[in-house]
Design a protein around this ligand. Structure first.
Ligand code: ADP
Length: 164
């Protein structure tokens, strides 16, 4: 069975992420979407909330599992029996960093490959941080976020607004 891992912070999961999830799930027997703990970021949603949001938007995809981890990705992949990391590649910005990370992961775990799926053109500039920024200005996010999670997102924006 070919198992792939799609790692990220998914804070929150966007339509760009969901597009990559659907395409990768079509290629592999099983796709594990793994929310990685990133100490450097101050997240909008907790790890558990991010897992729940991804579960909700992928409920119709049979071969997807949602997990979270604070392990080194190369070790996590080995433990889960996967030798492929899936990454989405957006216009320009992602390449340098992703290339470097794929080499480091391969150095740690020589059996591990990284497969890049190019972002769909309409999501080429979409990131979770852009969505968060637009959210604060009340922009319509229906082109950027899966409909099922927009109420959760707006509620969180409102909560943040009221706490400042
Ligand atoms: P973000 O950069 O939006 O905060 P993550 O760190 O959660 O996202 O990214 C997880 C993975 O998803 C990375 O491989 C990233 O390149 C990819 N990705 C993020 N946004 C998109 C998008 N709009 N289209 C394709 N891939 C994307």
């Amino acid at each position: 069975m070919k198992i792939a891992i799609y790692p990220g912070s998914f804070d929150p999961v966007t339509s760009g992420h969901l597009n990559i999830i659907r395409r990768a799930a079509n290629i592999f027997d099983k796709l594990i979407v793994c929310v990685m703990v990133n100490a450097g970021k101050n997240p909008m949603f907790t790890l558990e909330e991010r897992v729940e949001l991804i579960k909700r938007v992928t409920a119709d995809i049979g071969n997807v599992e949602i997990d979270c981890s604070n392990e080194l990705l190369a070790n996590y992949a080995k433990r889960r029996g996967s030798c492929v990391i899936v990454k989405g590649l957006r216009a320009g910005s992602d390449f340098e960093n992703e290339f470097k990370m794929s080499l480091v992961n391969r150095k740690i775990n020589p059996e591990l490959d990284t497969m890049f799926l190019t972002a769909e053109s309409r999501y080429m500039y979409l990131s979770s941080s852009m969505v968060k920024e637009l959210g604060h200005y009340g922009v319509d996010l229906s082109d950027f976020l899966p409909g099922e999670i927009i109420p959760d997102f707006q509620e969180r924006i409102e909560k943040q607004r009221n706490s400042v």
